[in-house]
Design a protein around this ligand. Structure first.
Ligand code: GLN
Length: 501
């Protein structure tokens, strides 16, 4: 039943599904309400770069029709937001970059294809750091997204638009991407659930490449059940992505069961006994671990000794791959071209200098240097070796543990502008999310508490490759025990007329 005090845009995916299926609400009305919510709060939050209202209303009507025919799946009629790094047919895909400002793909990414095939309603494309490079959404070429819990703070990044949209009820669920933490970190800062699946679990076809050996797509949702439902819809082999793994997809909702008896969690000392972790974060994580122990989880100390090299390793490998992936934006094949240039070399130079933002240019320069003859072995080659050591750390830990528990980020959401001129301090905000990305293992951020200032804090749960179900089980139990979803940001529409669009 729909609670009288609740607006329908606040529903979770599974709640909305029940009401849609029993025809207590209609997809058209739900979609209309979501767009009304966006109109009310997005001038402040700035989560969306592009809205697809007409396409969405058409899809909603189709969904209602399917429901009337008794053909409703879990996603039928559910308004979903998609990070603007994923190709959407006939819908602008900017990657948060001037260089693709007017790019309209002629095809859908596999994931969008699957969402549509499941009857989901694509609401629009969410803001991000340009090409996924950043941890605050301030590196979007268009505007910064703001944290719905405190509009003077960042939502995290790079999937900050998706995380903020879910937190502010501007969609029912969303899709993000994670190369080094871009699902987990913004979800922690916005108080929503985000899962980076195992590398190879979800097809990357149609995901605009940042660092191909690290990029993964995953769900951003209001609760853990929704995360499992979206995982069911988006996972699985795709012949169009050579790194997608041909392995059967379980029904992830079966992991949502009470009790944790028999499960062992490792508490990695390199993520806990370290300086620089905010007191409130440490406290919230500790309290969550205690709550999980109360539910039957056995915890033991473990060590991941190469953790300290993760930031350096990632910031060689990711820029190296990015510099190669971004070579395609040359003003000839896609998007922006500097038309005033006199000759070809000039055109290349001016197109790339004007089309890319500062952070992207910084990464291209670092990456090109790391890959250049004479330096390759010293940087990229060495970083790849260290990456193997980081993977081995996890492999050893998972010999005796089912999951690992850690903070997602060292601090709650920081103030807009506070790290923009200090790339190193921005890079350090990824310190706890990068190792899992380098190892290709799955990781989740699940809300676990609040700071004294009322900012959300996430617990990070990691597991070995393809063990997403264990993560879901632990997260589900924490969610049931803590009831954190009851608390919502109090957004006053129009309350903060700051910079915005
Ligand atoms: N913040 C990290 C970076 O800037 C990770 C980004 C991501 O996961 N896309 O590269």
């Amino acid at each position: 039943m729909l609670d009288e005090t609740m607006d329908i845009y606040q529903l979770t995916l599974h709640e909305a599904h029940e009401l849609l299926e029993s025809r207590q609400i209609r997809a058209e009305e739900l979609t209309r309400q979501v767009f009304a919510r966006i109109a009310a709060v997005d001038p402040d939050v700035c989560a969306y770069l592009t809205l697809a209202q007409d396409l969405a209303m058409d899809a909603a009507r189709e969904a209602d029709h399917a429901i009337d025919q008794g053909k409703a799946g879990p996603l039928t009629g559910i308004p979903v937001a998609v990070k603007d790094l994923l190709c959407t047919q006939d819908l602008r895909t900017t990657c948060g970059s001037r260089i693709l400002e007017n790019f309209v793909p002629v095809y859908d990414s596999t994931i969008v294809e699957r969402l549509k095939a499941g009857g989901a309603v694509i609401v629009g494309k969410t803001n991000l750091d340009e090409f996924g490079m950043g941890s605050s959404n301030e590196h979007s070429a268009f505007m910064p997204t703001r944290n719905p819990w405190d509009l003077s703070r960042v939502p995290g990044g790079s999937s900050g638009g998706s995380a903020a949209a879910v937190a502010a009820d501007e969609c029912i669920a969303a899709i993000g991407t994670d190369t080094g933490g871009s699902i987990r970190q913004p979800c922690s800062h916005c108080g929503v659930v985000g899962l980076k699946p195992t590398y190879g679990r979800v097809s990357r076809f149609g995901l605009v490449a940042f660092a191909s050996s690290l990029d993964q797509i995953g769900p951003i949702t209001k609760d853990v059940t929704d995360c499992a439902l979206l995982m069911n819809a988006i996972s699985g082999y795709d012949a169009r992505d050579s790194t997608s793994v041909p392995r059967p997809v379980p029904d992830y909702t079966r992991a949502l069961r009470p009790g944790l008896d028999g499960l062992v969690a490792g508490i990695p000392k390199e993520y806990h006994d370290v300086s620089g972790v905010d007191k409130d974060v440490a406290q919230a994580v500790r309290t969550a671990i205690e709550a999980l122990e109360g539910l039957g989880l056995t915890c033991r100390q473990v060590s991941l000794p190469h953790t300290e090299y993760a930031v350096a390793t990632y910031y060689i490998i990711a820029p190296a791959e990015a510099s190669s992936n971004l070579a395609r934006y040359d003003g000839v094949k896609y998007g922006f071209r500097d038309a005033a240039s006199q000759d070809l070399m000039d055109m290349y130079r001016n197109t790339r200098s004007r089309g890319f933002g500062r952070e992207v240019q910084r990464r291209i320069i670092i990456g090109t240097y790391a890959l250049s003859a004479g330096y390759y072995d010293a940087y990229y080659g060495k970083a790849s070796q260290v990456r193997t050591l980081i993977m081995d750390d996890f492999r050893r830990a998972f010999e005796s543990c089912d999951v690992l528990l850690a903070p997602v980020a060292p601090t709650p959401a920081f103030k807009l502008g506070s790290k923009l001129d200090d790339p190193l301090s921005m890079y350090l905000s990824d310190i706890f999310t990068l190792p899992a990305s380098l190892a290709g293992i799955p990781g989740m951020s699940v809300p676990c508490g609040f700071s004294r200032d009322g900012l959300p804090i996430g617990l990070q749960i990691l597991a070995e490759h393809f063990a997403e179900e264990k993560i879901l089980q632990v997260a589900y139990n924490l969610e049931q025990a803590q009831g954190i979803r009851q608390r919502k940001p109090t957004l006053q529409p129009g309350s903060n007329g700051g910079p915005g669009r």
